[in-house]
Design a protein around this ligand. Structure first.
Ligand code: G
Ligand code: G
Ligand code: MN
Ligand code: NA
Length: 253
């Protein structure tokens, strides 16, 4: 309850902030976009990472409110950054399960796109297997509407759950995000390397883009390029960082 009060306070005082992690086209080394990642600038405890508060936030009544704020803030930022790369910039936004329950997610996304003069493809909504499996049937309908509107949909943490393959067949995703547990083990496990290669093959079959998360070393990068991975994200290119820093490092003109 104490924490719930703190969360309410945080929403009212605008203590949340978005950090941005670059996403890179591996063959050319150019920036394709960013993933927006929430941070809580706690008045006493300093910057809190999602692990410290997301589980409680998701269990509270505030997840919808915060999710809406994340969506709008990320779109606002995308509208500035797309002007610097000929309109291609793609902003990844993680969704909470609660955002599928309010019934107006499609309208919210559409509104943000309109208000910030984005193209639908400038926005990529990230969903996890957990979100899909913990919902009723309406989530498929919602995702289809979002896809019809032209928004990109990424399957986050791909390969970590049990249902990845059947979900891939049935859900209208545009990109697979290979979980960093596979990327980080590629150096030392031929099985994990084979899993990554197979996932890329799978993505090709379904006509999907594929991004590897958690790239930390040059060796991982070279392997991923060799086996045909489209895009990458990870500390090798940049950690999640404040907007000002992101701009200096990746969008200086
Ligand atoms: O930034 P960090 O790597 O600590 O994020 C950990 C996890 O927290 C991410 O993988 C993501 O699933 C989740 N997360 C981060 N930011 C957001 C957000 O804005 N909304 C939602 N729904 N999840 C987020
Ligand atoms: O949505 P998702 O859970 O995939 O969010 C990505 C998370 O992974 C963020 O919390 C981010 O801080 C973390 N992350 C991103 N790149 C790397 C990396 O190269 N190494 C490690 N260990 N973590 C990373
Ligand atoms: Mn994500
Ligand atoms: Na992930």
């Amino acid at each position: 309850r104490q924490f719930d009060a703190e969360l309410h306070h945080a929403v009212e005082n605008e203590e949340f902030e978005l950090f941005y992690q670059p996403q890179i086209h591996l063959q050319t080394g150019t920036l394709v976009g960013a993933e927006a990642l929430i941070r809580w600038r706690h008045p006493q405890k300093g910057y809190l990472a999602p692990a410290a508060f997301l589980p409680l936030l998701e269990a509270s009544s505030l997840a919808g409110t915060v999710g809406t704020w994340v969506l709008r803030r990320a779109c606002e930022q995308a509208s500035l950054w797309r002007q610097r790369d000929e309109g291609r910039f793609r902003m990844g936004v993680n969704l909470f399960a609660a955002q599928f329950l309010t019934g107006d997610l499609v309208e919210q996304v559409q509104q943000s796109i309109d208000q910030y003069h984005l193209l639908p493809r400038n926005v990529e909504l990230e969903i996890t297997e957990n979100i899909i499996l913990n919902q009723d049937g309406t989530i498929l309908d919602t995702l289809r509407q979002l896809r019809e509107a032209g928004v990109c949909i990424a399957f986050d943490d791909f390969g970590t759950g049990f249902a990845s393959l059947s979900l891939l067949r049935d859900y209208p995703v545009t990109q697979i995000k290979i979980d960093r547990s596979f990327t980080s083990n590629m150096c030392c496990s031929t099985r994990d390397e084979a899993t990554v290669a197979a996932t890329i093959g799978l993505a090709r079959n379904y006509d999907l883009d594929v991004i590897a998360e958690g790239i930390e070393t040059e060796e991982q990068l070279q392997k991923l390029k060799r086996i045909g991975c489209d895009e990458g994200q990870g500390y090798l290119f940049g950690k999640p960082m404040p907007a000002v820093e992101f701009e200096k490092k990746f969008l200086a003109s």
